[in-house]
Design a protein around this ligand. Structure first.
Ligand code: HEM
Length: 125
């Protein structure tokens, strides 16, 4: 249904912007939950609506792997206070926030690219 699709898409975009933009630090868990659920819905919707070729599937695969990397990093960063207390700062723990932002921008751009590819398949030829 068109309306549900629009609501889920908006939720996905808002959660992505809020998370990558670093807004609402306390809402990270909600953002991640919304992104996973709406992402799964969008994926199912896209793959059943029209026939998308391997370029779409490849980009989607990279996006999902990068998004999973972000989720793992978010869990890691959530524990970093304990690590800091334990004085176990490593090069990785210092680079983690930047890596997270870089992945966030990448996933955001890949999402926009996917949307462009999807809409191109709908355009009348
Ligand atoms: C495993 C988790 C995720 C899955 C399965 C997923 C899946 C998807 C799918 C299928 C689309 C639709 C592309 C299209 O229109 O054809 C999409 C769009 C998008 N995704 Fe995700 N996504 C996930 C996580 C994320 C994360 C973490 C971010 C942000 C950092 C993000 C940002 C976006 C953006 C910006 C769009 C474009 C939305 C639009 O133009 O309507 N996604 N995603």
């Amino acid at each position: 249904m068109f309306e549900i699709r629009l609501i889920v898409r908006t939720a996905h975009l808002l959660a992505a912007a809020a998370w990558v933009g670093g807004l609402f630090r306390r809402m990270v868990n909600i953002c991640v939950g919304v992104l996973l659920l709406s992402g799964a819905y969008l994926m199912f919707d896209r793959l059943t609506t029209t026939s998308l070729g391997w370029p779409y599937l490849t980009v989607l695969g990279i996006k999902i792997i990068a998004a999973l990397g972000m989720f793992v990093l978010a869990i890691y960063l959530g524990q970093s206070n304990i690590r800091r207390l334990a004085k176990r700062t490593s090069r990785f723990s210092k680079a983690a926030p930047q890596l997270m932002l870089a992945l966030g921008i990448l996933v955001f751009l890949l999402g926009a690219l996917l949307n462009g590819m999807f809409e191109a398949t709908l355009a009348p030829t």
